[in-house]
Design a protein around this ligand. Structure first.
Ligand code: VG1
Ligand code: CO
Length: 546
């Protein structure tokens, strides 16, 4: 029924994976051979090709997901893969893929997602490749894939009927490849039950604790229904937008103060429940809210690290922590207090992989709403929500109290990120170049008593394999603990996005409940003048503030 075809093709020159896979407008992926070239390049980058190997494939349900899965199945079969596990209806969250690779000892996985970017025919699409440890392909692998994409002249695909993606449990064969349609939630939900105290969370919910969870019409809807409603007993009305849609209902599936506006409004209203949370398109990000209270991702990481023993899966086993360089140093204070190591890595989850594999860290996170642990090799949205529920069930205090108690003990790291999106690419590079050129003169400079102690372009050396990743962002660190950081996004698909991260610190009780933007206003102004951002880009204000 199926026949292997060898198709002649020519390379595209724009298939270099970014911070998190290859992310492009849907229309780019719809060009003839575009997806096929990239998938064949992934296979060609593997030792001995994909022949005889087992992979898992799934995505966040966005437009083009199903089409792409059919292509990948037929290409993997034509290239001689042994087994493909496919999420029912083509759905699998990024953390679920990571877990399935590890649990079934697969060779790797392919995730179809552009994460928090909008979907639909005019939105974005993306392909991420994860390796044997369950984590995103490290730079040496993505470099090889890119190299293959520049050399490609042919790809292989099986011609024949599409596979039924709905028939859960079904096993079919294309040529020598077994195709297994799996339940996208089961394995993952089971792992969560092993890590967290579901009984205690269930008790808390039964005793009147109220929550809302917003899946923003993306993949976590199916996980939320199974875990929060079926297994933990939250009422169905706690779920918002939990049916995955190909265009995410027209929104950005990005759990932050701007794009999860409805949830934020509800959490700050008179009728606010005790707890609110949201995830992004592919389920690896999380936003945590309490009644009238927003928890910054950097604080969330620190608070989880400080209270790790609330969760049965983590009792007495915090080996170390890590955060991406721009993430606030809140978690550093916890690590210092506990006497455990704290690693600082470049932005992107792939940099945590080696530290997790080597057992050097247990918990890690990024300021960009990403939190996770050694349970898998991706950040994990539902996991973070469950961690918070577990902490609250253990302590039985409101979210805001828990956070404020944390600040009183460790001090507060005020933190904000200002994004300038869709900036002209040349102008953005000028901003970065200008800063780079001024680093020397910034060293030891003094701004109204704020003395610069470090001004550099962050260069990371992996403590496990010694590999170096430089040019990871401009850091200006001041003697009073505050920092200004600049970097260009590696996930945007239009123009360039400049991110400015601003952090200030106080251990003074009377300064702990200020408004973040006003507490940081002087540093914010300084961040703009130092970078000449307005002069070079014409932008007066950032497009998103978190
Ligand atoms: C952004 C975030 C980064 C995150 C990456 C992927 O990258 O800043 O922390 O790891 O997205 O997240 P960038 O290069 O645009 O700053 V996701 O949820 O897209 O897998
Ligand atoms: Co994501």
């Amino acid at each position: 029924m199926y026949e292997i075809k060898e198709i002649k093709t020519t390379p595209f020159d724009d298939q270099k994976p970014g911070t998190s896979g290859l992310r492009k407008p849907v229309t780019t992926f719809q060009q003839p051979h575009y997806l096929e070239n990239f998938i064949q390049s992934i296979f060609d980058s593997m030792d001995g090709g994909v022949k005889g190997k087992a992979l898992v494939v799934g995505g966040d349900g966005r437009f083009y997901n199903r089409r792409a899965i059919q292509v990948i199945i037929k290409m993997a079969a034509a290239n001689g893969a042994r087994l493909l596990k496919i999420g029912q209806n083509g759905l699998l969250s990024t953390p679920a893929v990571s877990h399935i690779i590890r649990k079934y000892r697969l060779y790797g996985g392919i995730i179809l997602s552009a994460s928090h970017n909008p979907g639909g025919p005019n939105g974005d699409f993306g392909v991420k490749y994860n390796i044997q440890n369950g984590g995103p392909a490290p730079e040496k692998v993505t470099a090889k894939i890119y190299q293959k994409s520049l050399e490609i002249r042919r790809y292989f695909i099986a011609k024949g009927p599409d596979i039924d993606l709905q028939a859960k449990g079904a096993e079919t064969k294309i040529l020598d490849t077994v195709i297994e349609i799996i339940d996208p939630v089961d394995d993952y939900a089971q792992l969560m039950e092993e890590l967290f105290d579901f009984d205690s969370i269930r008790d808390m919910i039964r005793s009147g604790f109220t929550m809302v969870y917003d899946a923003l019409h993306a993949v976590t809807g199916i996980y939320a229904r199974e875990i929060f409603v079926r297994r933990l007993g939250a009422p169905e009305k706690s779920l918002r937008n939990c049916d995955p849609l190909p265009d995410f209902g027209g929104g950005h599936p990005d759990p932050n103060l701007k794009y999860a506006a409805a949830l934020v409004r509800e959490m700050f209203s008179d009728k606010a429940p005790d707890f609110g949370a949201a995830s992004d398109g592919d389920g690896d990000r999380n936003m945590i809210l309490g009644r009238h209270f927003f928890v910054t991702p950097s604080d969330s990481l620190a608070i989880i690290a400080a209270n790790v023993s609330c969760a049965p899966g983590y009792r007495n086993r915090l080996r170390g922590v890590a955060r991406s360089m721009p993430t606030s140093r809140a978690v550093d204070h916890v690590a210092e207090d506990l006497g455990i190591p704290c690693f600082e890595t470049p932005t992107g989850w792939k940099f945590f992989g080696n530290l997790l594999d080597a057992g050097k860290i247990t918990i890690c996170g990024e300021e960009s709403f990403g939190t996770g642990s050694d349970h898998i090799r991706e950040k994990d949205g539902i996991w973070a929500v469950l961690f918070w529920l577990n902490m609250l069930a253990d302590k039985r205090i409101p979210v805001a109290r828990l956070v404020k108690k944390h600040w009183l003990k460790y001090g507060r790291n005020y933190y904000t990120r200002h994004d300038y999106e869709e900036v002209d690419s040349d102008a953005a590079h000028k901003v970065m170049k200008g800063l780079e050129d001024r680093l020397e003169s910034l060293r030891n400079a003094d701004f109204h008593g704020r003395k610069v102690v470090t001004a550099d372009n962050f260069c990371y050396q992996d403590p496990v394999d010694g590999s170096k990743s430089c040019n990871q962002g401009i850091r200006i660190i001041f003697g009073d603990g505050s920092r200004i950081i600049y970097r260009l996004s590696g996930t945007g698909t239009k123009g360039a996005t400049i991110r400015i991260y601003i952090e200030g610190y106080t251990s003074k009780k009377e300064l702990m409940e200020q408004d973040t933007q006003s507490f940081l206003s002087e540093l914010i102004r300084l961040s703009r003048t130092l970078s000449k951002i307005e002069e070079l880009t014409g932008r007066k204000e950032p497009s998103v503030i978190t």
